[in-house]
Design a protein around this ligand. Structure first.
Ligand code: FAD
Length: 314
Protein backbone atom coordinates (compact mmCIF):
# COMPACT_ATOMS: atom_id res chain seq x y z
CA UNK A 1 0.00 0.00 0.00
CA UNK A 2 1.17 3.57 -0.56
CA UNK A 3 2.50 5.92 2.11
CA UNK A 4 0.70 9.23 2.62
CA UNK A 5 2.33 12.51 3.67
CA UNK A 6 0.14 15.33 4.98
CA UNK A 7 1.43 18.57 3.44
CA UNK A 8 1.88 21.79 5.39
CA UNK A 9 1.70 25.03 3.48
CA UNK A 10 0.89 28.72 3.74
CA UNK A 11 -1.54 28.72 0.78
CA UNK A 12 1.30 29.78 -1.51
CA UNK A 13 4.11 27.31 -1.00
CA UNK A 14 4.87 24.00 0.66
CA UNK A 15 6.64 24.28 4.02
CA UNK A 16 10.15 22.86 4.27
CA UNK A 17 9.08 20.39 6.96
CA UNK A 18 6.95 18.58 4.38
CA UNK A 19 10.03 17.95 2.24
CA UNK A 20 11.80 16.25 5.17
CA UNK A 21 8.65 14.21 5.83
CA UNK A 22 8.56 13.09 2.19
CA UNK A 23 12.14 11.81 2.61
CA UNK A 24 11.04 9.70 5.58
CA UNK A 25 8.07 8.44 3.53
CA UNK A 26 10.38 7.50 0.66
CA UNK A 27 12.51 5.43 3.03
CA UNK A 28 9.43 3.61 4.35
CA UNK A 29 8.17 3.03 0.81
CA UNK A 30 11.44 1.25 -0.06
CA UNK A 31 10.57 -1.36 2.58
CA UNK A 32 6.85 -1.49 1.85
CA UNK A 33 7.10 -1.39 -1.96
CA UNK A 34 4.48 1.35 -1.98
CA UNK A 35 4.36 4.76 -3.62
CA UNK A 36 4.54 8.09 -1.79
CA UNK A 37 1.40 10.23 -2.02
CA UNK A 38 0.89 13.73 -0.60
CA UNK A 39 -2.40 15.14 0.69
CA UNK A 40 -2.83 18.88 0.12
CA UNK A 41 -5.79 20.48 1.87
CA UNK A 42 -6.98 24.07 1.80
CA UNK A 43 -9.13 26.40 -0.21
CA UNK A 44 -7.97 27.91 -3.47
CA UNK A 45 -4.90 25.79 -3.00
CA UNK A 46 -4.35 24.66 -6.60
CA UNK A 47 -0.94 26.31 -6.68
CA UNK A 48 0.12 24.33 -3.61
CA UNK A 49 -1.07 21.04 -5.11
CA UNK A 50 0.96 21.86 -8.23
CA UNK A 51 4.03 22.53 -6.07
CA UNK A 52 3.53 19.23 -4.21
CA UNK A 53 3.42 17.40 -7.54
CA UNK A 54 6.92 18.72 -8.28
CA UNK A 55 8.50 17.14 -5.18
CA UNK A 56 10.92 14.43 -6.21
CA UNK A 57 9.72 10.94 -5.35
CA UNK A 58 6.02 11.78 -5.03
CA UNK A 59 3.80 9.64 -7.27
CA UNK A 60 0.40 11.21 -6.58
CA UNK A 61 -1.05 14.31 -4.95
CA UNK A 62 -4.50 14.12 -3.39
CA UNK A 63 -6.03 17.58 -3.44
CA UNK A 64 -8.95 18.39 -1.14
CA UNK A 65 -10.10 21.95 -1.73
CA UNK A 66 -12.96 23.35 0.34
CA UNK A 67 -14.04 26.20 2.63
CA UNK A 68 -13.80 24.05 5.76
CA UNK A 69 -10.10 23.49 5.09
CA UNK A 70 -9.13 27.15 4.68
CA UNK A 71 -7.38 27.69 7.98
CA UNK A 72 -6.16 24.18 8.70
CA UNK A 73 -8.41 23.67 11.73
CA UNK A 74 -7.31 20.41 13.32
CA UNK A 75 -10.81 18.89 13.53
CA UNK A 76 -11.50 19.38 9.82
CA UNK A 77 -8.01 18.39 8.72
CA UNK A 78 -8.19 15.20 10.80
CA UNK A 79 -11.56 14.36 9.22
CA UNK A 80 -10.06 14.89 5.77
CA UNK A 81 -7.17 12.55 6.54
CA UNK A 82 -9.59 9.95 7.92
CA UNK A 83 -11.64 10.15 4.71
CA UNK A 84 -8.69 8.73 2.73
CA UNK A 85 -6.88 6.78 5.48
CA UNK A 86 -8.10 3.32 4.49
CA UNK A 87 -6.04 3.44 1.28
CA UNK A 88 -2.74 3.81 3.13
CA UNK A 89 -0.40 1.66 5.23
CA UNK A 90 1.43 4.67 6.72
CA UNK A 91 0.30 8.27 7.24
CA UNK A 92 3.07 10.74 8.01
CA UNK A 93 2.95 14.20 9.55
CA UNK A 94 5.86 16.52 10.27
CA UNK A 95 6.38 16.75 14.05
CA UNK A 96 5.48 20.44 13.97
CA UNK A 97 2.79 22.23 15.96
CA UNK A 98 0.37 21.53 13.10
CA UNK A 99 1.30 17.86 12.69
CA UNK A 100 1.22 17.26 16.44
CA UNK A 101 -2.24 18.81 16.58
CA UNK A 102 -3.74 16.54 13.94
CA UNK A 103 -1.90 13.19 14.10
CA UNK A 104 -3.22 12.13 17.56
CA UNK A 105 -6.80 12.81 16.48
CA UNK A 106 -6.35 10.55 13.45
CA UNK A 107 -4.62 7.82 15.50
CA UNK A 108 -7.35 7.89 18.14
CA UNK A 109 -10.14 7.63 15.57
CA UNK A 110 -8.38 4.69 13.90
CA UNK A 111 -7.71 3.14 17.32
CA UNK A 112 -4.00 2.75 16.62
CA UNK A 113 -0.89 3.85 18.52
CA UNK A 114 0.79 6.97 17.20
CA UNK A 115 4.52 6.64 16.60
CA UNK A 116 5.96 10.03 17.48
CA UNK A 117 9.01 11.94 16.40
CA UNK A 118 10.83 9.31 14.36
CA UNK A 119 14.43 10.07 13.40
CA UNK A 120 15.24 6.88 11.51
CA UNK A 121 13.38 4.27 9.48
CA UNK A 122 14.66 0.79 10.38
CA UNK A 123 12.03 -1.13 8.40
CA UNK A 124 8.41 -0.69 7.34
CA UNK A 125 7.18 -1.20 10.91
CA UNK A 126 10.25 -0.30 13.02
CA UNK A 127 11.57 3.17 13.75
CA UNK A 128 14.00 5.02 15.98
CA UNK A 129 12.93 7.95 18.11
CA UNK A 130 14.69 10.01 20.78
CA UNK A 131 13.55 9.73 24.41
CA UNK A 132 14.68 11.40 27.66
CA UNK A 133 15.31 14.72 25.90
CA UNK A 134 17.44 13.00 23.28
CA UNK A 135 19.70 11.21 25.76
CA UNK A 136 18.54 7.79 24.60
CA UNK A 137 17.22 6.42 21.34
CA UNK A 138 14.29 4.00 21.49
CA UNK A 139 13.62 1.50 18.71
CA UNK A 140 9.87 1.04 18.41
CA UNK A 141 7.94 -1.52 16.40
CA UNK A 142 4.25 -1.53 15.65
CA UNK A 143 1.79 -4.20 14.61
CA UNK A 144 -0.95 -1.70 13.70
CA UNK A 145 -2.47 -2.01 10.24
CA UNK A 146 -2.34 1.74 9.68
CA UNK A 147 0.70 3.51 11.06
CA UNK A 148 0.28 7.11 12.14
CA UNK A 149 3.72 8.66 12.38
CA UNK A 150 5.15 12.09 13.17
CA UNK A 151 8.58 12.81 11.73
CA UNK A 152 11.31 14.81 13.46
CA UNK A 153 12.35 16.87 10.46
CA UNK A 154 15.98 17.27 11.54
CA UNK A 155 16.37 13.49 11.21
CA UNK A 156 15.81 13.48 7.45
CA UNK A 157 17.29 15.54 4.62
CA UNK A 158 14.64 17.42 2.64
CA UNK A 159 13.44 15.80 -0.58
CA UNK A 160 14.22 18.00 -3.61
CA UNK A 161 11.30 20.39 -4.15
CA UNK A 162 11.50 19.96 -7.91
CA UNK A 163 12.17 17.11 -10.28
CA UNK A 164 8.96 15.18 -9.70
CA UNK A 165 5.88 15.00 -11.92
CA UNK A 166 3.14 13.47 -9.79
CA UNK A 167 -0.46 13.20 -10.93
CA UNK A 168 -2.99 15.35 -9.07
CA UNK A 169 -6.27 13.75 -8.01
CA UNK A 170 -9.09 15.86 -6.63
CA UNK A 171 -10.80 14.34 -3.60
CA UNK A 172 -14.06 15.50 -2.02
CA UNK A 173 -13.46 18.01 0.76
CA UNK A 174 -15.05 17.27 4.13
CA UNK A 175 -17.78 19.47 5.57
CA UNK A 176 -17.07 21.80 8.47
CA UNK A 177 -17.13 19.79 11.71
CA UNK A 178 -18.45 22.85 13.54
CA UNK A 179 -16.30 21.93 16.53
CA UNK A 180 -14.00 24.93 16.17
CA UNK A 181 -14.09 28.25 14.39
CA UNK A 182 -11.38 30.41 12.92
CA UNK A 183 -11.41 33.81 14.61
CA UNK A 184 -8.18 35.44 13.47
CA UNK A 185 -4.43 35.19 13.57
CA UNK A 186 -1.56 37.48 14.41
CA UNK A 187 1.48 36.48 12.43
CA UNK A 188 4.82 38.02 13.33
CA UNK A 189 6.46 39.33 10.18
CA UNK A 190 10.22 39.07 9.96
CA UNK A 191 12.82 39.30 7.24
CA UNK A 192 14.87 36.75 9.09
CA UNK A 193 14.91 33.10 8.04
CA UNK A 194 12.52 30.85 9.94
CA UNK A 195 14.28 29.31 12.95
CA UNK A 196 13.56 25.71 11.94
CA UNK A 197 14.68 26.24 8.34
CA UNK A 198 17.66 28.58 8.93
CA UNK A 199 21.15 27.58 7.81
CA UNK A 200 22.73 29.71 10.55
CA UNK A 201 21.36 30.45 14.04
CA UNK A 202 22.80 32.82 16.62
CA UNK A 203 21.38 32.00 20.06
CA UNK A 204 21.63 33.93 23.29
CA UNK A 205 21.18 32.81 26.87
CA UNK A 206 20.55 34.13 30.35
CA UNK A 207 24.01 35.71 30.39
CA UNK A 208 22.74 38.54 28.16
CA UNK A 209 21.02 39.96 31.22
CA UNK A 210 18.31 42.07 29.53
CA UNK A 211 16.27 42.40 26.35
CA UNK A 212 18.24 45.52 25.44
CA UNK A 213 21.57 43.71 25.71
CA UNK A 214 20.19 40.69 23.85
CA UNK A 215 19.17 42.95 20.95
CA UNK A 216 22.37 44.99 21.12
CA UNK A 217 24.76 42.00 21.12
CA UNK A 218 23.00 39.12 19.34
CA UNK A 219 21.06 40.94 16.60
CA UNK A 220 24.04 42.59 14.79
CA UNK A 221 25.88 39.26 14.49
CA UNK A 222 22.72 37.55 13.22
CA UNK A 223 22.20 40.42 10.74
CA UNK A 224 25.72 40.11 9.39
CA UNK A 225 25.42 36.34 8.99
CA UNK A 226 21.88 36.43 7.58
CA UNK A 227 21.01 34.17 10.50
CA UNK A 228 17.91 33.37 12.51
CA UNK A 229 17.95 34.28 16.20
CA UNK A 230 17.43 31.66 18.89
CA UNK A 231 17.34 31.77 22.67
CA UNK A 232 17.54 29.51 25.67
CA UNK A 233 14.47 29.03 27.80
CA UNK A 234 16.06 31.06 30.59
CA UNK A 235 16.44 33.99 28.18
CA UNK A 236 12.85 33.59 26.99
CA UNK A 237 11.45 33.24 30.52
CA UNK A 238 13.30 36.41 31.53
CA UNK A 239 11.73 38.28 28.60
CA UNK A 240 14.96 38.87 26.68
CA UNK A 241 13.51 37.16 23.58
CA UNK A 242 10.02 36.11 22.44
CA UNK A 243 9.08 32.52 23.20
CA UNK A 244 8.82 31.49 19.55
CA UNK A 245 12.63 31.81 19.48
CA UNK A 246 13.15 29.19 22.19
CA UNK A 247 15.37 26.31 21.15
CA UNK A 248 15.21 23.04 23.02
CA UNK A 249 13.09 20.24 24.37
CA UNK A 250 10.10 22.49 24.92
CA UNK A 251 11.00 24.89 22.11
CA UNK A 252 12.06 24.37 18.52
CA UNK A 253 14.24 21.48 17.34
CA UNK A 254 16.84 22.85 14.95
CA UNK A 255 19.79 21.46 12.96
CA UNK A 256 21.37 24.35 11.03
CA UNK A 257 24.75 24.26 9.30
CA UNK A 258 26.07 26.61 12.00
CA UNK A 259 24.74 27.17 15.54
CA UNK A 260 26.39 29.87 17.66
CA UNK A 261 25.49 29.69 21.36
CA UNK A 262 26.46 32.77 23.34
CA UNK A 263 26.10 32.72 27.12
CA UNK A 264 24.19 29.43 27.12
CA UNK A 265 25.28 26.80 29.65
CA UNK A 266 24.15 23.78 27.62
CA UNK A 267 21.52 22.19 29.87
CA UNK A 268 20.28 18.87 28.42
CA UNK A 269 16.93 20.46 27.59
CA UNK A 270 18.70 23.03 25.41
CA UNK A 271 21.03 20.46 23.83
CA UNK A 272 17.97 18.36 22.93
CA UNK A 273 16.96 21.09 20.50
CA UNK A 274 20.28 21.85 18.79
CA UNK A 275 22.89 19.15 19.20
CA UNK A 276 22.28 17.81 15.68
CA UNK A 277 23.53 21.13 14.25
CA UNK A 278 26.36 20.52 11.77
CA UNK A 279 28.86 22.94 13.39
CA UNK A 280 28.39 24.27 16.93
CA UNK A 281 30.27 27.29 18.23
CA UNK A 282 30.02 28.04 21.96
CA UNK A 283 31.01 31.28 23.65
CA UNK A 284 31.02 31.00 27.42
CA UNK A 285 33.20 32.40 30.15
CA UNK A 286 33.01 29.17 32.17
CA UNK A 287 35.39 26.52 30.80
CA UNK A 288 33.32 23.85 32.59
CA UNK A 289 30.05 24.79 30.84
CA UNK A 290 28.41 21.63 29.39
CA UNK A 291 27.84 23.38 26.05
CA UNK A 292 31.57 22.87 25.36
CA UNK A 293 31.02 19.09 25.36
CA UNK A 294 28.95 19.32 22.15
CA UNK A 295 30.78 22.29 20.61
CA UNK A 296 33.01 21.92 17.56
CA UNK A 297 34.60 25.27 18.40
CA UNK A 298 34.63 26.69 21.91
CA UNK A 299 35.63 30.19 22.91
CA UNK A 300 36.16 30.73 26.63
CA UNK A 301 35.48 34.44 26.76
CA UNK A 302 33.16 37.19 27.93
CA UNK A 303 30.41 37.33 25.30
CA UNK A 304 30.02 41.10 25.68
CA UNK A 305 33.44 41.57 24.11
CA UNK A 306 33.71 38.36 22.04
CA UNK A 307 30.43 38.65 20.11
CA UNK A 308 30.95 42.29 19.00
CA UNK A 309 34.52 41.40 17.96
CA UNK A 310 33.18 38.48 15.93
CA UNK A 311 30.55 40.75 14.38
CA UNK A 312 33.28 43.10 13.13
CA UNK A 313 35.25 40.20 11.66
CA UNK A 314 32.47 38.49 9.64
P1 FAD B 1 22.18 29.39 32.47
O1 FAD B 1 22.10 27.92 32.71
O2 FAD B 1 22.04 30.30 33.63
O3 FAD B 1 23.59 29.64 31.77
C1 FAD B 1 24.14 30.88 31.49
C2 FAD B 1 25.55 30.64 30.98
O4 FAD B 1 26.10 31.87 30.58
C3 FAD B 1 26.50 30.02 32.01
O5 FAD B 1 27.12 28.86 31.45
C4 FAD B 1 27.53 31.09 32.27
O6 FAD B 1 28.83 30.59 32.48
C5 FAD B 1 27.47 31.89 30.98
N1 FAD B 1 27.84 33.30 31.13
C6 FAD B 1 27.45 34.18 32.09
N2 FAD B 1 27.94 35.40 31.83
C7 FAD B 1 28.66 35.29 30.69
C8 FAD B 1 29.39 36.21 29.89
N3 FAD B 1 29.47 37.50 30.23
N4 FAD B 1 30.01 35.76 28.77
C9 FAD B 1 29.94 34.46 28.41
N5 FAD B 1 29.24 33.54 29.12
C10 FAD B 1 28.61 33.96 30.23
N6 FAD B 1 16.00 25.24 28.26
C11 FAD B 1 16.13 25.56 26.96
O7 FAD B 1 17.05 26.31 26.57
N7 FAD B 1 15.21 25.10 26.04
C12 FAD B 1 14.19 24.28 26.36
O8 FAD B 1 13.40 23.92 25.49
C13 FAD B 1 14.05 23.89 27.73
N8 FAD B 1 13.06 23.06 28.11
C14 FAD B 1 13.00 22.67 29.43
C15 FAD B 1 12.05 21.72 29.81
C16 FAD B 1 12.00 21.29 31.11
C17 FAD B 1 10.97 20.27 31.50
C18 FAD B 1 12.91 21.82 32.08
C19 FAD B 1 12.86 21.35 33.49
C20 FAD B 1 13.84 22.75 31.71
C21 FAD B 1 13.91 23.19 30.38
N9 FAD B 1 14.86 24.14 29.98
C22 FAD B 1 14.98 24.43 28.66
C23 FAD B 1 15.67 24.89 30.96
C24 FAD B 1 17.09 24.36 31.10
O9 FAD B 1 17.12 23.35 32.08
C25 FAD B 1 18.04 25.51 31.55
O10 FAD B 1 17.54 26.08 32.74
C26 FAD B 1 18.21 26.61 30.52
O11 FAD B 1 18.52 26.05 29.26
C27 FAD B 1 19.33 27.54 30.97
O12 FAD B 1 19.44 28.60 30.09
P2 FAD B 1 20.84 29.35 29.92
O13 FAD B 1 21.87 28.39 29.46
O14 FAD B 1 20.58 30.56 29.11
O15 FAD B 1 21.13 29.87 31.39
Amino acid sequence: MPVLVIAEHDSASIKGATLNTVSAARQISMFSDGQVHVLVTGSQSTIVAAAAAQIEGVAKVLHADGEALTHGLAENLAAQVLAVASDYSHILFAATACGKNVAPRVAAKLDVAQISDITKVVSADTFERPIYAGNAIATVQTADATQIITVRTTGFDPAPATGGSASIQAVAAVANSGKSNYVGSEIAKSDRPDLTAAKIIVSGGRALGSKEKFDEVITPLADKLGAAIGASRAAVDAGYAPNDLQVGQTGKIVAPQLYIAAGISGAIQHLAGMKDSKVIVAINKDSEAPIFSVADYGLEADLFSAVPELTVLV
